[in-house]
Design a protein around this ligand. Structure first.
Ligand SMILES: [Fe+2]
Ligand SMILES: [Fe+2]
Length: 471
């Protein structure tokens, strides 16, 4: 087990104390991070005491500690999952070779790009969500938002640690650039599109944590297979925190849907009482699911093939031995691609289809979540089922972009799209309505009318616990 140094200025289990150069570099970056947090992080809540979980170790049980903390005092630390002795690369061309504990020269640029792209998403989401605290539907939800925010901050620390430690001067430059790009900034935006979309309602927030954080899970999981051992160990631990973000999304969406369904069951129009109709929730699902699917990149990608071949990025759960061919050289991926006004079958060599494979695993996971929401609707006796859109629907990246599809994946003409897309995607009217539902509730145990209370509180506290203190 690694030793955890919690007393250090930067809590860590990577032996920072003994690496003076690295320690100095990170201690120089720290004030810039804190300044960024104050300028771009949750606005106006830095003086509140928030009941937050802080990572204090990487052991299976008891890795986190809960207490009241003011967000700027949060102990952002650097934690890597414990290494596996004598670990070998288990996929691609280098199978059986020892994993790298330093950056292999020939893969340096590719690795740096993977780390920078992942790292950039972490502060981006904090920026996107910075004003949400003002309309929190309860103290419980406000706490969840801030928990997610501080942990995304810690994920940035994790990626910056890798850049500082393994990429020399250009790594330090990249670390600085993480705080210079800003979500939605026209001159210097965040790298990926979904991280430049504003998140100004809680429905967007819960969609984001359900669908976009879930993309994060799949990206992190495939990096956790990496032959570059420090990256594998860093992302493994990030996944522990990520699970809570997705749960926040799943629960939040489920509670908004539950509230709407209760009203429908009782014969009340949700819009007459400031709740959100199920059809409208479905349109938000369609929007955020399709934006998040774009994050997987092109279905047919030589870039993805090379990351796999070189052992940098594996398939989802590659290490669990669920794939027959660890080199991915023997089979092909079948998919339908647009050709004029119809779809034709295409076979893509498996290695080039790594993004498509990961996207399929992702979508199946999303379907599983939506089925849980649907079971609840069924229990309430409401005749409505959520659907996860096809991977073809509303895409801006990959083979389906520039073509029009229904949420079920049926190809349609531009004119039909123009006629019908408001059935499928949020209109300005929807957005204005959802915004009008956003009311702040600060009384412990009370919730805005569009969202049901959760079935339990956090860390065995009750639902009406004072999760955020206003002095
Ligand atoms: Fe994250
Ligand atoms: Fe996250």
């Amino acid at each position: 087990m690694s030793t955890v140094d919690l007393e250090a200025k930067i809590p860590n289990n990577v032996g920072l104390r003994d690496n003076k150069r690295l320690l100095r570099a990170l201690e120089k970056w720290q004030p810039a991070f804190l300044q960024w947090w104050r300028d771009m992080g949750p606005s106006d809540f830095n003086m509140n005491d928030i009941y937050l979980r802080t990572a204090v170790g990487v052991g299976k049980g008891g890795w986190a500690h809960f207490d009241y903390v003011k967000m700027p005092d949060y102990r952002w630390g650097i934690f890597l999952a414990d290494g596996v002795e004598d670990r070998k690369i288990h996929f691609g061309d280098n199978i059986g070779a020892s994993v790298w504990s330093e950056v292999p020269g020939e893969h340096r640029n590719r690795l740096r790009r993977l780390i920078v792209t992942q790292g950039d998403t972490e502060p981006a989401s904090v920026e996107q969500q910075r004003r949400l605290g003002h309309t929190a539907p309860s103290l419980y939800d406000m706490r969840s938002l801030f928990q997610v925010n501080v942990e995304e901050g810690r994920h940035l620390w994790a990626m910056v640690y890798l850049l500082h430690t393994y990429f020399g001067a250009d790594g330090r430059e990249e670390a600085e650039a993480m705080l210079d790009r800003h979500s939605g900034d026209s001159d210097s935006p965040r790298i990926l599109e979904a991280f430049n979309e504003p998140i100004d309602t809680w429905l967007d927030f819960f969609c984001f944590t359900t669908f976009t954080d879930r993309d994060g899970k799949y990206q992190l999981a495939s990096l956790a297979e990496s032959g570059f051992d420090p990256l594998a160990r860093t992302t493994q631990f990030m996944l522990t925190e990520e699970a809570y973000h997705m749960q926040t999304g799943e629960n939040g969406m489920g509670r908004i849907a539950h509230r709407a369904a209760e009203l429908v069951r009782d014969g009340v129009d949700p819009m007459s009482v400031g709740a959100i109709p199920l059809e409208m929730i479905q349109r938000y699902i369609n929007f955020w699911a399709s934006r998040s699917m774009d994050l997987f990149g092109g279905e047919d990608s030589t870039n993805a093939a090379e990351s796999f071949a070189s052992g940098l990025k594996g398939r989802y759960r590659e290490g669990d031995g669920i794939y027959r061919d660890a080199r991915a050289l023997e089979s092909a991926y079948q998919m339908k691609v647009p050709d004029g006004d119809h779809l034709v079958d295409r076979e893509i060599p498996l290695r080039r289809a790594m993004n498509a494979l990961l996207l399929d695993a992702y979508r199946a996971d999303c379907v599983r979540i939506s089925q849980r929401w649907n079971r609840d609707l069924q229990k309430l006796g409401v005749d409505f089922q959520f659907e996860i859109p096809s991977t073809r629907f509303n895409r801006n990246q990959g083979v389906y972009s520039h073509y029009r599809f229904t949420p079920q994946g049926e190809m349609i003409s531009e004119s039909e799209w123009t006629k019908r897309h408001h059935e499928w995607l949020p209109s300005q009217k929807d957005r204005d309505y959802v915004k009008s539902c956003m009311v702040a509730v600060h009384e412990p145990g009370k919730f805005a009318n569009y969202i049901s209370p959760p079935s339990m509180g956090v860390n065995e506290q009750s639902v009406d616990f004072e999760y955020v203190k206003f002095h």
